[in-house]
Every structure is written in structure tokens, then in C-alpha cells.
Design a protein. Structure first.
Length: 460
């Protein structure tokens, strides 16, 4: 909803009705833009897709031999078939008394770490259900350990991926990698495959495809922060489906769990599959989604979604609500407008990009001025604000210009005088507290026609 920091249960309820009923039924979604309107040039998408990270681990799959690896004392190391992704995996078996079975890179694959970077190690592991596996990175400078990070997972008898990030302390340091089973009894075995280390700079440099392979949410945010909306869209469009799914996993931050979280991943994937909506990855890289009863509400870096109401929606409607509320976070972070134009933009973005079909009256003007009238005529708030952004960021201007290119109504979104004058001339006399389809949309279509005939009702 609108940008105010105070949440309101009543206001949130109005939003549920306003978007799903009073602003029109949200029809089936598709990856179609407005017919007849050209979008950005995606001819470089194939080039972006061809980018691949440079491997640091030279023998990650043990397909030929075990070179570059050695076990700890009391552990045997062998190649076994099949592997997780290839023909072979490394098998670590405890030959001594109870203790760790450890796979150690020797010499270290990462002997000169980059500065201002996070290096993430990952591996696929398979072992007895209930046992514990761990992956560890240790940074050494002149033989002295200066940093250590590790992650553990409880094995379930199937292949699992385990990873750990390490923030590099000093450029040029030596980093040691270990993957191991914790306190295995004699004869206990863990399999390891697909071992990798990927380093990505924390200053936003590098390629998205590298960050998706082994970066963090903070790195994705830094990367996106340094780029235009068009460049973000291009990079996301260049990812294959598997990497887009991985990107969704990285940027999603929510207290939802289980099937509820899985649904968010599915919905995010639906959005990121549209070539003009890749910039939502940046929005989600700084936005937390909290599941709490009380309706739907979005503000700077935080969404509040009612679990019961959200669960009752179809995937298409849930996707649209997620897009809508997330766009409020974008507006807030990028110093966007407050009130009707904020709400109208958050409605128009999913209608303009993903609606299968729209009534001729469904435009940015209808979404914006309709919001103003909705609050005046139905909520009883005649002073609901109708204002343009006072000090927008370049990213907000880029997105709003694109929304204007998709808008048949030519809403004067960037002029306070024109936005107010056009409302007063053609929309203020209308009654919003009427049947949406039978009365409101025909009235809105007529008002839009009058706007289009008025040269003062255009963006400046």
C-alpha cells in the first residue's frame, strides 16, 4: 500500500479489496507486455547467458583421479561410482577409531584470495542418515590463521549440498578447504562430489552469473545497486532457468517456511521469467517478507502479508500481490511518490506486464486517479495524497519512464501541476462507489479519452 511507516489493519483490509475486487479482477497472467509497444533490446541476453565463472577448484568431480586432495590420518580416500553429477565421487572411510573423515585440498586450490571479496565453498555430500557433515574454509596469512568459517548439515541418506561463505580479510591470503564427516565410527563412509569455490567481490563488480553460482544476498544487492534497471534486467534475462531459480533462493528473505516458502520461490520465478522484471531481484535483495495476519502492506525494505489471505489466492493473484507490495518497497527506497501515484504505479506494473488482457479503461490513470477516488468515496478519506515524487532516484525515474511508455492514458506522472489539474478536470466529478465493471470502467474510459485530447495532460 502507500508508504506511511505506521501499519493499519483497516488500511490493509482495504488493499485486499481494492486490488482484487475494486480495482478490477486480476485475470490470468502471461509474459506479455502491452501489444504494439516495444520493450528494451534483449539482443545481448545470449551473450550474458554464455558467461561462466572461472573454476578455482581444478579437480571438483574426481572424474579422472584424486589429484589435489588428501584425507586426514585414520581415513582412506578412494574414487567410487556413481557420483552425484558425473561418473565418480570421492569416498572417505574411517579406518581408525572414531573420528572425523576429512577431505583436504592439498595444495590449497585458493592460494591467493582476491581482496574485498566473499569466497563461497560448496560440495555435494552423501552419508548415513543422522550423521553430520561439515564444510570449512580457513584463511591464512603468512602461515597464521586469520579467519575461519564452517557450516554443518545433518545427513539424510541422499545427496545434499552444503556451502559456507568466507569474507576475505586480506588480498593474497591462502585459503584452506575441508569437507568432512564428523566423528564417524570405524567403517563409516561419506561421499563427496562437485566441490567448488567461487569468489565474488563485495563492491558490486563482477557478473551476475558468478554471484548466482556462489554469492550471497548482500553481494547480489551490491551488484544490483551499481547497475541501471536495464542492465539488471538484461543480466537476469540472460540466466538459464536453473540459475534464475538459484537467484530466487538467494534473494528471498522471509519467515515463511515449508510449502509457504516454496510458493514464494515459485512466485518469484514467475516474475523473474519476464525480461522486463528482472530488477525485482534487486527489490527482494533488500526486502524482508513477514507473514503476519492483518492484510497486505509494503514499505521500505519490509512486506507484511497475511498468511491466511495469501494462501487463499491463486498463484496468479498471489504473484500480483507480491509484485504490488514489493513495488512499494522499491518506491520507498528510491524516494518515490506517496499516496495515489505510488499505489497506481504498483497496480499498473503488474497489469501492464503480466495481464493477459485489459479493458481499454485499465491504464495508469485509472489505477492512480481511481485510487484517489476510492479513498474519497469508499474509505472516506478525501485528503488522500495525489503527488509526484519530489526527489526521485535515477532508478525510480528509469522505471517510471518505462511504465509511461506502456501507458495508453499518458498520465502526467512527472508534473505535480498537470497531475492535479487533469484529475480536477476529468476525474474529480466521477463517483467511485459504483459497480466496477458496469459503471466505473466505462466512466474511466470516457475520462481517459478527454485526457488524451488535452495536450496539458501529458508527461513533461
Amino acid at each position: 500500500m502507500e508508504e506511511p511507516r505506521e501499519r493499519s489493519r483497516k488500511r490493509s483490509w482495504v488493499l485486499v479489496c481494492g486490488i482484487l475486487v475494486l480495482f478490477g479482477a486480476i485475470g490470468p497472467g502471461s509474459a506479455l507486455g502491452t501489444p504494439g509497444r516495444a520493450g528494451p533490446d534483449h539482443s545481448r541476453a545470449a551473450e550474458a547467458a554464455s558467461l561462466a565463472p572461472t573454476p578455482i577448484v581444478g579437480n571438483s568431480g574426481f572424474e579422472t583421479d584424486l589429484s589435489g586432495w588428501r584425507p586426514n590420518a585414520g581415513t582412506s580416500l578412494a574414487r567410487v561410482e556413481p557420483g552425484h553429477t558425473g561418473s565418480f565421487a570421492a569416498a572417505l572411510t574411517r579406518t581408525g577409531s572414531t573420528g572425523n573423515v576429512r577431505l583436504n585440498d592439498h595444495r590449497n586450490w585458493l592460494r591467493s584470495a582476491p581482496g574485498d571479496a566473499i569466497c563461497t565453498a560448496s560440495a555435494s555430500v552423501l552419508g548415513p542418515e543422522g550423521e553430520t557433515a561439515r564444510i570449512r574454509l580457513r584463511e591464512y596469512r603468512l602461515g597464521v590463521r586469520v579467519a575461519r568459517e564452517s557450516t554443518a548439515t545433518v545427513l539424510d541418506g541422499a545427496w545434499q549440498v552444503i556451502s559456507v561463505p568466507l569474507s576475505v580479510m586480506h588480498e593474497g591470503d591462502n585459503v584452506d578447504l575441508n569437507v568432512y564427516g564428523v566423528r564417524f565410527d570405524t567403517g563409516g563412509t561419506v561421499l563427496v562430489d562437485d566441490v567448488s569455490i567461487l569468489c565474488a567481490r563485495t563492491d558490486g563488480s563482477g557478473e551476475l552469473v558468478d554471484l548466482v553460482e556462489g554469492g550471497t544476498r548482500e553481494q547480489i544487492r551490491a551488484w544490483a545497486d551499481a547497475r541501471s534497471i536495464a542492465d539488471i534486467n538484461l543480466a537476469v534475462a540472460g540466466l538459464d532457468d536453473a540459475r534464475k531459480a538459484r537467484l530466487a533462493e538467494i534473494v528471498l528473505d522471509t519467515d515463511a517456511t515449508g510449502t509457504e516458502r516454496d510458493r514464494f520461490l515459485r512466485l518469484i520465478g514467475m516474475v523473474l521469467s519476464h525480461p522486463d522484471l528482472g530488477f525485482y531481484a534487486e527489490i527482494w535483495s533488500y526486502t524482508f517478507i513477514e507473514m503476519v495476519e492483518g492484510g497486505f502492506f509494503g514499505t521500505c525494505g519490509h512486506l507484511f502479508l497475511s498468511p491466511s489471505a495469501f494462501a487463499s489466492l491463486s498463484d496468479t493473484d498471489a504473484r500480483n500481490v507480491l509484485m504490488h507490495e514489493s513495488f512499494h518497497s522499491f518506491n520507498c527506497v528510491n524516494r518515490g511518490p506517496v499516496g495515489a501515484l505510488d499505489e497506481g504505479a504498483a497496480i499498473w506494473i503488474f497489469k501492464a506486464t503480466l495481464a493477459e488482457s485489459l479493458h481499454p479503461a485499465e491504464t495508469w490513470a485509472e489505477a492512480t486517479y481511481g485510487t484517489k477516488l476510492f479513498y474519497r468515496d469508499i474509505v472516506g478519506s478525501p485528503d488522500y495524497p495525489l503527488g509526484v515524487a519530489a526527489a526521485p532516484t535515477d532508478k525510480l525515474l528509469e522505471v517510471y519512464r518505462w511504465l509511461a511508455d506502456l501507458d495508453p492514458s499518458r498520465l502526467p506522472w512527472n508534473s505535480q501541476d498537470r497531475l492535479t489539474t487533469c484529475f480536477q478536470r476529468y476525474w474529480e466529478p466521477l463517483d467511485r462507489n459504483v459497480d466496477f465493471f458496469a459503471v466505473w470502467l466505462p466512466s474511466a474510459e470516457a475520462a481517459t479519452g478527454l485526457m488524451l485530447a488535452d495536450p496539458d495532460c501529458r508527461p513533461v
